[in-house]
Design a binder for this molecule. Structure first.
Ligand code: HEC
Ligand code: HEC
Length: 497
């Protein structure tokens, strides 16, 4: 990692902000409205922001044939080893493209169709992390997952990993491209949920356990394709089964199932569905593109803090509001953990991939587009509100001191949650001493925190809060169901999502 270069850029930026701040001696004095617009327009120009991170990208429309097939695949529990979990289980459009609970519950839910708060399973979640939104997943160019275990080798801006340099996945050692990864990062990612036991595969999907995990996973994928394609050893598993006709239509092909309903084509279609979820029409975009009235005065004050004294934009950079890099922030470590530490119930994040001690407890900077609807927040959903996660950034130690670990459902939390969180805090302190990018303590008034949050709200595309606008991405009764295994999601009150 090129820390020194990034550090000097960082210092340069701080320098620029210090210079700016000189015109405004007391940090609590807020600039006059006219000044605010001109200051923001200066920042926008200096950073080259366009307001629209989808510009220049080759992204499908939900009306295209492949995303239409992907939509149906995303909603079928036939891709779950126990037929009780689908992609949509943890990534529902009405729930911000996630599942609105701290850590996901996939297989063995008490009610598989109940999504969001109220979703339970007998012995608690087994998934260690919060489900990120699938919205705008076609805008990532470097990494997928909180720890970046799916990685574009080329990292070409605008390419979504499809630049021909290859994509590394958990199926290949760190650093090596996976020949099976497919066309882009999103497609490469889609190969993995079906093999994860707690997410979709289940704990006893047949007797196909190979000699190694890789063999077992590959067998799982082949079997799922046979189930949908109704061929080979799995012929007759689904009834009804109209997938072949759907694939022939989407791929405009009359090939037989063995050649068309392959795992590669399944994940390609799913990826195209996700990549069609482009939600970037935000008030902030309208503001950047010239409409001074698109956001409130309070939000403008928040924007000044975001790009200025708050330092937020040093990590939440550019129009997509992420540097796609990994940083330790010591967000409370509350989950079942991810094979880290003596008991395996800690989560060392990026370190698990790189083995670089500087990466311990580091997680990928999330995009902040639509952040209003993607809670709970942090890699394990430790914070329910934007205010809490923002305050954590401003002073991690204070936030951890006041974090109530006892409020956590014992089924969710590791008994070591507080200890690991303190270890993560030590990592943050060490990183600060060593000049490794992390958050610094910043003293903001309640009013300033409120304006930062008002700014974050301007990053929401209104479509993601509007069921009618989201309808094209939701497979309800109006969309043909090829196998009778569609997940028709409901909330805790039994209302359809
Ligand atoms: C049980 C819940 C669950 C199910 C089912 C599930 N996911 Fe996820 N998904 C998650 C979690 C949790 C993560 C984050 C894991 C991590 O980063 O370690 C994730 C990560 C992702 C990401 C990465 C987003 C990013 O910003 O890096 C994408 C894309 C995604 N899932 C798509 C899918 C697809 C496609 C399917 C179906 C094939 C699926 N998911 C099934 C919970 C789930
Ligand atoms: C040093 C880099 C860095 C800086 C500076 C930074 N962030 Fe973050 N931010 C992150 C990372 C990394 C995460 C995820 C951390 C985790 O989950 O462990 C995150 C998470 C968030 C989230 C939660 C998003 C989600 O989907 O879970 C919000 C909101 C947020 N940051 C806002 C801000 C604001 C506002 C500021 C300025 C006050 C800021 N960030 C400054 C790196 C940074």
């Amino acid at each position: 990692m090129k820390r020194p270069l990034r550090l000097s850029l960082f210092l340069m930026l701080i320098g620029i902000f210090v210079l700016n701040a000189c015109a405004n001696p007391t940090p609590t004095t807020q600039p006059e409205p006219d000044d605010v617009d001109s200051q923001l327009r200066t920042i926008i120009a200096a950073k080259g922001l366009t307001g629209d991170p989808s510009i220049g990208r080759d992204l499908p429309s939900i009306d295209d044939p492949l995303p239409q097939l992907g939509l149906k695949l995303f909603y079928t529990q036939a891709l779950g080893g126990q037929q009780d979990s689908a992609c949509v289980t943890c990534h529902h459009p009405s729930l911000g493209g996630g599942d609105a609970i701290p850590m996901s519950i996939g297989v063995n839910a008490d009610n598989p169709e109940l999504l969001g708060p109220g979703r339970t399973r007998p012995d608690g979640p087994k998934v260690p992390r919060n489900a990120p939104t699938t919205f705008n997943s076609g805008l990532w160019d470097q990494f997928m997952f909180w720890d970046g275990r799916v990685e574009s080798k080329g990292k070409t801006p605008g390419a979504n990993g499809g630049d021909g340099f290859g994509i590394r996945t958990p199926d290949t050692p760190y650093g090596y491209p996976d020949p099976q990864a497919g066309a882009n990062l999103v497609e490469a990612q889609s190969r993995f949920p079906v093999t994860a036991e707690a997410e979709m595969r289940g704990f006893d999907f047949g007797a196909d356990t190979g000699n190694t995990l890789e063999v077992r996973d590959e067998n799982t994928r082949i079997r799922l394709a046979q189930i949908l394609g109704d061929y080979g050893a799995e012929r007759g598993t689904l009834s009804p089964n109209n997938w072949l006709a759907e694939f022939q239509k989407a791929f405009n092909s009359d090939q037989p199932a063995e050649e068309l309903v392959t795992f590669e084509n399944i994940v390609h279609a799913i990826g195209e569905y996700e990549r069609s979820q482009v939600f970037v029409d935000t008030p902030w975009k309208a503001y950047v593109q010239g409409d001074d009235d698109a956001i409130s005065e309070e939000a403008k004050q928040g924007a000044l803090l975001f790009f200025g004294a708050g330092n937020c934009s040093t990590c939440h950079t550019g129009d997509f509001f992420t540097d796609e890099q990994f940083h330790a922030l010591a967000i409370p470590q509350i989950g079942v953990g991810k094979a880290s530490g003596t008991y395996g119930d800690d989560d060392w994040g990026r370190y698990l991939e790189t083995q670089n001690p500087d990466d311990k407890y580091a997680f990928r900077t999330p995009s902040l587009l639509n952040v209003e609807v993607t809670g709970p927040y942090g890699h394990d959903g430790a914070y329910a509100t934007l205010e809490e996660i923002v305050r954590h950034h401003l002073n991690p130690e204070k936030a951890i001191d006041s974090y109530d670990f006892s409020q956590l459902d014992p089924a969710i939390r590791t008994v070591n949650a507080e200890r690991y969180t303190r270890q993560a805090l030590e990592q943050v302190k060490k990183n600060r001493e060593n000049g490794i990018k992390t958050v610094s303590d910043i003293n903001f008034s309640d009013e300033q925190v409120a304006s930062l949050i008002a700014f974050l709200h301007t990053l929401t595309d209104p479509c993601v809060k509007d069921r009618a606008c989201l309808a094209p991405w939701i497979a309800d009764e109006s969309v043909p169901d090829p196998d009778g295994l569609r997940l028709y999601a409901v909330d805790a009150e039994n209302n359809p999502l």
